[in-house]
Design a protein. Structure first.
Length: 178
């Protein structure tokens, strides 16, 4: 094998390894980004907690609005039972979302969530949520799914959040991957 041929083979192997690495990183990017957002609260990702018993309740109130969507390939209806609640910082609240399967077979869905304004995401803490697990609905089944949350009173100490009077919690349901 000539010297040029050996160099070309080495370049080809390196380029193939680079392409394989890029493909691998593209598959890893979504889970890594989700973990990053959950840890930092970046992009409106909420925090999760076990309970709020030791959290003080402040006088400051915020309105929390709810939004619900679903992917076009998911034959479900999905909506908040309550469109809006007003809570004090640190106060635990319980709301429900309603979902119904209009398909002719059981379907499993998974919900992703977001909080706006994004800067409020690290202060929005969920204790219980249907989004923590996949949801399976039988044909024609309708369920009400709970979300228990509170807005961390530490939000009151953040000067960049003094103007926040309303927070929107949004969910989008997708068909779970099988």
């Amino acid at each position: 094998m000539s010297d040029t041929s050996a160099k070309n083979t080495r370049v080809l192997v390196m380029l193939c390894a680079l392409v394989a690495g890029m493909v691998g990183l593209s598959f890893a990017a979504v889970p890594l980004y989700r973990i990053f957002c959950q840890v930092t609260g970046y992009g409106g990702t909420t925090q999760t907690v076990v309970n709020s018993y030791d959290i003080p309740i402040l006088a400051r109130e915020v309105k929390v609005s709810f939004n619900a969507d679903h992917a076009p390939d998911l034959p479900w209806s999905f909506e908040p039972v309550q469109r809006r609640v007003t809570v004090k910082l640190g106060e635990e609240a319980l709301v429900y979302f309603r979902a119904r399967n209009f398909g002719d077979q059981p379907i499993t869905g998974t919900a992703v969530f977001n909080v706006t304004p994004f800067k409020a995401g690290p202060f929005f803490s969920k204790i219980e949520c249907f989004c923590f697990t996949e949801q399976t609905l039988a044909p024609g089944e309708e369920v009400e799914m709970p979300v228990t949350f509170f807005v961390d009173p530490a939000m009151d100490e953040d000067k960049t959040l003094k103007d926040v009077r309303e927070i929107t919690l949004s969910y989008t349901f997708f068909r779970a991957k099988e």
